[in-house]
Design a protein. Structure first.
Length: 404
């Protein structure tokens, strides 16, 4: 059984007592008659060969309240590979596949670039953005849910709890983010445990004052969760980061565009597992090392936008404060693991923190050198203003790719 703590920043919807899946799904089916909802799956084309997506497909075959499933495919320019993805999802009703790196959509993206609006590189961020754009182009849903395609602990309750807060008229949130615990025989979630949370605490200490944005991000139990849902009106307004800073950068966009009273987080399951990333301590362009650089850069950029000044002295202090906070966190998780009988390797955790400290310093130096660089893809409101026919052309492009 979960706790029932509310942090006072955003509403937390806990998973209390026995599962109520039947009731939730019945309500979702009823609400969806007047408030249709789509599921957007940002999908790397190779994920159809993984066990996670096969399990997700079997679960989705049993879900009846979704109006449409939008699969936003990335990572391939080959028509045969796109067709494999499309064929994989064929058992599901009302599936739309968006080929983000294909020639038809690619022509639209080049037109966007020519208008001075950068759509970013092929990857998850652009896949999320294109999936939302396809939903807006089709124009027949009121809300969207998003989640990754490598979830290994996926079930119907997971999806239902993600959809319910934005679909139910009795809750009526504009944005909802999932959270969960992550443990097997050991603790997982290294970037959240050993980087994001210690960094947020270090920023609060180093700045010496409360900043609403920092308090907002700190209010989320799992800020890097890839599962979220939102109203289509908000999807039109937020800018989507195109790098590994997607989750934190999107939270900053939600903070700017939605009232905190209309934002919540929901506990999706008791325990969560997915494909794990390598640490890559010697290569800052790969794995978790690259991820923390992009996350830190995103935080720095958003803090600078609210008046925080970054110089060498501040960055040195922040790195030292983070290192101390992260080391204290290792001790806390060691105790947490011991009382729960979990395996814990202090040396491996220290190596993670050392890698993350190097990533934090690299992010700070990169930001100081180029503070105006932004990986944010323009929101759909701006794209539509610059190219009024873009969404209708995107809809046509998706239809052309369907005929391949």
């Amino acid at each position: 059984m979960s706790d029932f703590y509310q942090n006072g920043v955003i509403t937390t919807l806990h998973r209390l007592g026995a599962s109520s899946l039947g009731r939730i799904e019945a309500e979702l089916k009823h609400y969806a008659r007047e408030r249709p909802m789509a599921l957007v799956l940002p999908c790397l084309h190779t994920e159809i060969d993984g066990s996670g997506l096969r399990g997700i497909l079997e679960v989705l075959r049993e879900v009846s309240y979704l109006h449409r499933i939008i699969v936003s495919v990335s990572g391939t320019t080959q028509a045969e590979e796109f067709k494999r993805v499309r064929e994989f999802f064929r058992p599901l009703p009302e599936v739309v596949c968006v080929w983000g790196s294909g020639p038809t959509v690619g022509e639209l993206l080049e037109r966007q670039r020519a208008s001075g609006l950068e759509p970013g590189p092929d990857g998850k961020g652009r896949a999320v953005w294109l999936g939302a754009g396809a939903a807006l182009a089709l124009g027949d849903v009121d809300a969207l849910a998003f989640h990754d395609c490598d979830v290994l602990t996926y079930d119907r309750e997971f999806l239902a709890r993600l959809c319910y807060p934005v679909l139910s008229p009795h809750l009526d949130y504009d944005y909802c983010k999932g959270y969960y615990g992550r443990a097997t025989d050991r603790l997982h979630g290294r970037v959240t445990r050993l980087f994001v949370t210690p960094l947020i605490l270090s920023l609060k200490r180093t700045l010496g004052r409360e900043l609403p944005l920092i308090e907002f991000v700190h209010g989320f139990r799992y800020p890097l969760a890839g599962e979220f849902s939102m109203k289509t009106t908000l999807a039109r307004q937020v800018r989507i980061p195109s790098d590994w800073g997607l989750e934190v950068g999107l939270l900053a966009e939600v903070f700017r565009n939605a009232s905190s009273q209309r934002i919540c987080q929901v506990e999706l399951c008791d325990n969560y597992d997915h494909k794990h990333q390598e640490l890559s301590p010697l290569d800052p362009t790969r794995g978790l090392h690259r991820m923390v650089i992009d996350i830190a850069t995103s935080l720095f950029r958003n803090l600078a936008s609210v008046g925080v000044q970054f110089d060498a002295g501040f960055l040195n202090t922040l790195c030292s404060a983070y290192l101390r906070q992260a080391q204290d966190t290792i001790s806390a998780y060691s105790d947490d693991s011991r009382i729960n009988g979990l395996h814990f390797d202090p040396h491996a955790e220290e190596l993670v923190v050392e890698t993350f400290t190097a990533g934090l310093r690299a992010a700070g130096l990169a930001f100081v050198r180029d503070p105006m660089r932004s990986p944010l893809i323009p929101n759909w409101h701006r794209v539509s203003a610059a190219i009024p026919e873009f969404l209708s052309d995107l809809r046509y492009a998706v239809e052309l790719d369907r005929r391949l």
